[in-house]
Every structure is written in structure tokens, then in C-alpha cells.
Design a protein around this ligand. Sequence first.
Ligand code: ARG
Length: 417
Amino acid sequence: MKKQRIAVAYSGGLDTSVIVHWLKERYNAEIVTVTGNLGQRKELTGLAEKAYKTGARKVYIQDLREEFVREYLWRSLKAGALYEHTYPMATSIGRPLLAKALVDVARRERCAAVAHGCTGKGNDQVRFEAAVAALAPELTVLAPLREWEFRSREEEIAYCERHGIPVAATKKSPYSIDENVWGTSIECGVLEDPMVEPPEDAYQRTVSPKKAPDKVQYITIEFRDGIPVALNGRAMKGFDLIDSLNSIAGANGVGRMDLVENRLVGIKSREIYEAPAAVTLHFAHRELERLTLDKEVMHVKAKIAHDYANLIYNGLWFSPLRMAYDAFIDETQKVVNGLVKLKLYKGTIEISGRTSPNSLYDTRLATYTEEDSFDHKASEGFIKIFSLPLKTYYRVNRNGFINKPTLTRKRGKKSEL
Ligand code: ARG
């Protein structure tokens, strides 16, 4: 009988290495590994060899960088999506694309199931599985970490030694780290105590603001339809722009976050994030929107941003609501064109200027000089009607004291309701 095949989302780390061998034994299956390149700086060379040595029958390493930027990151940027007003969601938004790549391979290789290495208490399992449910409901999803026998890293390493699975010789970081071009997520170890300040070694890609240059660095970012297209006057492809901005902003200590956040599974967790480019781009994009968006559009869009961030964080990327929001957001972005000039300095970002062919800022309306064209007299009638509901309310309710109906009791005493 032909063996069943399982496609495994594979990073080459300890967990997914154990998974390859463990699934192969348990289901007597052939394993196909799938690794996505989302711009993580971790070396991908040698990974295929490692996967084969671990027992994979077939190995896929896919360059998803361009798709990631175009179809995922730019959408989240245009939406202004920051989870709990802070986290640009590098990890969260990478999962649906990795799941999609996994599903594509699973179909091509006629796999009966897909497997991932997410733990049973995190958000990532939800993101993976919700994406698979949307894209390939016929596939079974296996989550070995939720059911296997290993209780510690040491037990997993012992399993690897017993079965000749190559384990990385490098010393294990005291943290759990996930990374792609949009940012790095760091948790575990001493970070589990929210009162402990992150030690400097927790940070992977930013210079400490204290050690950053004692000199302001100016940068410019140009946007077209809400998408960054040039950095410091140089037109760049999306991925390269983010990559290069990561270096520039990271060298100035920009993009560090320390967040106690609400996981979808009900746990509060503490995580450190580094996202120098994402934080800078969100800042610049927001500033350009202040200049170019109509007031009502801007206010409605801010409410959507909150929802949109929740959609990404909660693994509902492939939902019809997200797509409907995208249609709205893309409409709003038609005017988000122009240039933003920023000042980076020791971990901070400040706006230093903005300009746009779609600028709604009208100097003749805004000025206090003799160039002023605003009709001051018109304000009088405007205020009269604008404040009419207030006037009416307070006339009825005696200067703020609520008029309550009175009841007359039997004995003739009056009492308030
Ligand atoms: N809390 C983040 C999220 O749910 C990141 C999760 C992964 N973090 C990690 N250090 N491995 O999106």
C-alpha cells in the first residue's frame, strides 16, 4: 500500500525536527517539509540537507518575501493595524502565508494531512488552523506539540540523540524568538516576569537607545496609494525598503516594544518586540494620512484599524470581513501620496515635515496672517446651530440638574424616583 504523506511546516529548530521523525514513526508516513522565507535573518542554507537527514522524503523551501510584503504587510500598513495599539504583528501576519504555502505543497504532493509546531497555548495554532480550514478544509491538521509525550527540551534532545536527528550545535537562546522582515518577537525566560526589565541580550536587531548615535538622523519616506515606494529619495522594492529601513531605524534604537498583551486563548502574556521598519512606516503613514484624508474618513478608518488588527491577531486573515475592509481601505488610500520627513534619535521618531499633492491643508484657511480667507463671521451662525441641542437640553434640565418626575405617595409625601 502506498504510504500516506504529511506536509510539515518546518523551521529546522528542535521542535519541528522532532516532529518530522515523530510523525513518520507514528503514522508510518512520508514527510514533506515546507519552509517559508519571510525575510528572517536565520540562514536557510543547509536547511534542506538537515531536513533530509532528519528523515524528510521531500523538502520545499519557498521564497515568500515578495508576496509577504505585497499581499500582507502593505495591507496591514494601509489599515494602520497595530494590536492593542502597539504590536505591528510580524508573527501574526506571517502565519496565514506560511499556512497557505503549506496547503499549496500538501495539494501538490497529495498529502492527507498538514502539521505545525505550534504550542497548545498560543495564538499561532489558531492562525495556522483557521487558515487551513479556510483554504483546504479537506486536510487534517496535526499539532504534535499538543499531544506528544515530551515534557521538556531535554527530553526532545534525548529523542533526537536516540534517533540520530541532527540538533543544532549552537547554544540555545534563553528566549523563544520568532522573526521575519516585519519584526522579531521575543518571549520566555526572565521576560516572563512583567516586572523584570528586558536584559539587553533579549534584543536581536536594535541598538540600545543609550548606545545609539548622539546625533539626529533625518530620513524621508515617499508613499504612493498608501504604500512606501522610496526611502531617502531612492525608489526601492518593498522588501528592500523594509530591510534597509530596519537597519537605519534599528541603528537608532527605534522600534522596541515591551508589551503585556491579551492572547486569543485567554492568557495575558508578556512579549518584547523589535520592529524598527514597521514602527517607522506606521508612524510615517499615519502622518501622511493626517494631511491627506478627509476628517470623517480618517475617523472611521481609525475604528476599522482596531478591528483589522484583531482580525490579523486572531487568525482571521482569510475572512470575508478582512477582504471587505481591504476594499474600503484601498479606496481611502488613493489620496495617500506624498513625502514624510522624519527625525530618528536615540529610540524616538519625530515628524519633521510632510508634503503631498493631495494635501487638504489649506494655508489660506489655516493662517492667522492677512492672507486669511476663512469667513470668521460665518462662525457665529454655525456655533448657534451647532450648540442648539445643548441649549435645549439645559433649558429643560435646569442647568445640569436632571429633572426627575415626581410621584405623590399616599400619605401625601413627595419622593423622587
Ligand atoms: N505574541 C505574538 C503573537 O501572538 C508572538 C508569538 C510568537 N512569539 C515567539 N517569541 N515565538 O503574535
